[in-house]
Design a protein around this ligand. Structure first.
Ligand code: P53
Length: 489
């Protein structure tokens, strides 16, 4: 195996999906707090569970904000993110388990509304700062390097309601104040930062997976992205000024796209899908300017962006130090009519007959990961980090409490082998943090039963469970992998 010395093995989480304590110690509500449980396009799964524990199967109704409940929390619904897995009160125990596995790094995010409850305050909430300081200090005890995402989908609700969210330029200022606070307060404790989680989702998912979008949707999506690019570039500059040791990266939702046929129109569509979905954001954040094909993308949907001259200066000065991405699956692109479609949330289009699909319809494709790694390293020549990868699956707790998850071990083994091949081919890969190293609430569906962890958490979709933690078989396996620096798979 070719993993370099000091390779950062670890796991990843996000504040809104694991912390819980949504209204504790002065935290304000975030956009993610008004979303109920529910799945898109997955008829065999329950879409939401009311507060009495009754499941409601409404395949047509995606996880989201119930109709009529604009930005409100309703009595009759269960909001899985409110309690998450209660990492807020269990972090010491959880970090000890990560230490036991030998984690070198732990990816987590900072809840914006824990530091700035409404988002537009001048002064941060000290209780929030204190919590993260405690977490980082605890991680350091075990020599675990924190890898911190500044924004992971959880914009303060107040900014959504009163400013219209990221459509409003003012969000750039609020975000940079938040980011500056993080760099200042956690200086010396944190060195690795990511500015925006899966920044490309805003435009990539517009017309994927059965969605339809109007020109106005595109206009908003591209304007939102522009504001986030500028905010990210400003954060990079501020982060470097505050501590030149800081390494700050972008974070892209990485999906590998394949053309379904060798029809030239499929090949062209595939290239354009890469450009719109994946390259657009990475190019701006890594190269510091809009790519040449941006004009084509905007023109296709009559988009006219508000871009100030100083924005372009910021983009140039605020390029990232590293490229990070999530990788779960590949998907197939075609101009032809598709008869064999894949179901499940977020899985797209045509079925790839060469691949196996998860219970949620995501294609397991380690070769797609090698392809992605080699292409992105060639494109940017920046250190790469895989900051999410994993298999959402059902787990069964045996009578003796053990949890056997060979399917999860297989999934990771294959992806680590693919990483090894890419490194042998010259890719500078520096980190691997598996998604949901401890079970947490799903972002896509709000479910608990879509589990990713090495660590099982007794929290169920009907709200029951005592939050106790236990080790799955994969826990012991990953521990061996880390101890042998990837040799012992
Ligand atoms: P869940 C869609 C497709 C690929 C990755 O997803 C995605 C999404 C959005 O759900 O998001 C990332 O929980 C995201 C995490 C999320 C994880 O993938 O739907 O960064 O917050 O939990 C897995 O199974």
């Amino acid at each position: 195996m070719s993993f370099p010395k000091g390779f950062l093995w670890g796991g990843a989480t996000a504040a809104n999906q694991c912390e819980g304590a949504w209204n504790v110690d002065g935290r304000g509500p975030a956009l993610t707090d008004v979303k109920t449980g529910g799945s898109v396009n997955a008829p065999r799964l329950v879409t939401y569970i009311d507060k009495d524990g009754n499941p409601h199967a409404e395949p047509e109704s995606p996880r989201g904000i119930p109709e009529g409940a604009h930005y409100a929390v309703l009595d009759d619904y269960l909001y899985p993110n409110h309690d998450g897995i209660d990492f807020y009160h269990h972090y010491k125990e959880d970090i000890a388990l990560m230490g036991e596995m030998g984690f070198k790094t732990f990816r987590m995010s900072i809840s914006w509304s824990r530091l700035f409850p409404n988002g537009d305050e001048e002064v941060p909430n000290q209780k929030g700062i204190e919590f993260y300081r405690n977490v980082f200090t605890e991680l350091r005890k075990y020599n675990i390097e924190p890898l911190v995402t500044i924004w992971h989908f959880d914009t303060p609700l107040y900014l959504e309601e009163h400013y219209g969210g990221w459509k409003n330029r003012k969000l750039i200022g609020f975000y940079t104040r938040f980011a500056k606070t993080c760099f200042e307060e956690f200086k010396g404790l944190v060195k690795y930062w990511l500015t925006f989680n899966e920044i490309n989702n805003t435009v990539m998912f517009l017309e994927m997976f059965g969605n339809t979008a109007s020109d106005e949707d595109y206009q908003n999506a591209y304007q939102i992205l522009h504001h986030q690019f500028v905010a990210s570039a400003k954060a990079v500059q501020i982060g470097h000024e505050i501590d030149p040791e800081n390494k700050i990266g972008c974070m892209i939702c990485g999906i590998t796209f394949y053309p379904m046929t060798c029809d030239p129109s499929d090949i062209l569509l595939n290239r354009h899908t890469w450009e719109q979905g994946i390259f657009y954001c990475g190019d701006v954040q890594c190269k510091g300017k809009y790519p040449t094909y941006a004009k084509r993308l905007w023109k296709e949907h009559n988009v006219e962006l508000e871009i100030l001259p100083e924005d372009l200066e910021d983009l140039k000065k605020g390029t990232v130090d590293m490229y990070s991405f999530s990788y779960y699956m590949s998907t197939v692109v075609t101009t032809h009519t598709v008869t064999d479609k894949v179901g499940g949330n977020f899985s797209a289009g045509a079925r790839n007959e060469y691949l196996q699909y998860s219970d949620w319809g995501w294609a397991t494709d380690p070769t797609g990961l090698q392809y992605y790694l080699e292409m992105m390293y060639d494109r940017y020549e920046l250190p790469l980090l895989i900051v999410e990868n994993g298999l959402g699956a059902f787990d069964t707790v045996e009578e003796d409490g053990s949890i056997h998850d060979p399917f999860r071990i297989d999934y990771y083994r294959q992806h680590i082998q693919a990483m090894d091949k890419a490194i042998q081919n010259g890719v500078d890969l520096i980190a691997y943090t598996t998604w949901g190293c401890i079970d947490l609430v799903s972002a896509g569906t709000g479910e608990m039963r879509k589990r990713y962890g090495f660590i099982y958490v007794d929290k169920q979709d009907d709200g029951t469970g005592d939050y106790s933690r236990s080790r799955k078989d994969s826990f012991y396996w990953y521990k061996k992998v880390i101890a042998s620096n990837g040799e012992n798979l």
